[in-house]
Design a protein around this ligand. Sequence first.
Ligand SMILES: C[S@@+](CC[C@H](N)C(=O)[O-])C[C@H]1O[C@@H](n2cnc3c(N)ncnc32)[C@H](O)[C@@H]1O
Length: 248
Amino acid sequence: MTEPQQASDFSKGVCVPDPNPEWVATDLYTLSHLDPSTAHNSAILKGTLDNSAAQGLPDIYSSRAFAKFLALQAKAIDAKHFLEVGTLGGFASIWLTSENPRLKVITLEYSPHHAKVARENIANAGLSDRITVHVGPALETLPTVLSDIDAGKLPRFDMVYVDADKENNWSYVDAAINGCRKGAVIVVDNVVQGGQIASGKERSDKPGYVSGARKVIEKVGKDERVTGTVIQTVGEGSYDGFLFAIVQ
Ligand SMILES: C[S@@+](CC[C@H](N)C(=O)[O-])C[C@H]1O[C@@H](n2cnc3c(N)ncnc32)[C@H](O)[C@@H]1O
């Protein structure tokens, strides 16, 4: 028996353009069956969002369906070592690790406040031994992590999720490839931007997002180290999409 979820149970923040009500209703219907409030990790995920909101974090976490997709993709490739760029309150990291008991996540966060709240959420979820938050600009913290991989102190990444400052999408992918094993999966979120990716017209509310999305797509298309595709998505996170690439 599944309980229907209300939009208010996991309210999603401001989306541009406003999501079509049918997209939101479809997410609520499917999530109520596939991730009901009785799911093993539902309480810790709700606690993460509640604590993040109470501490003033912006409502820009990955959508629930997408976070679950990442967790299932990690399961499909039996990922053990995951890199996330952009932690926020740890919602995606907590979903990933709570779904995959052998997975360890390194997650990079610029904001000391976001990182503090994320660490609290991770501790509340009992996952501090499997999620490590590095604080600072990811362009500075990622090279340190990659040095540890080169030195054999950390294993190579099986999967990478880029979800931070969109202008630097390509810089993160370009660097992270060096720390990935062959066959690793790289996902870059928010590369469709309500369809403005095709025209290249920058969004006035989010300058740099469209150019950052176009750059990573164009660079991946030319880079023989990776092969990728873009999947457009609709839902509670409005109309957007993600780049899915494999290290070859
Ligand atoms: C969309 S949120 C991440 C959501 C998270 N991946 C999730 O699904 O729960 C983006 C995060 O990236 C962080 N960020 C922005 N610029 C950054 C940078 N240069 N280095 C590291 N993190 C950054 C922001 O502070 C914010 O917390």
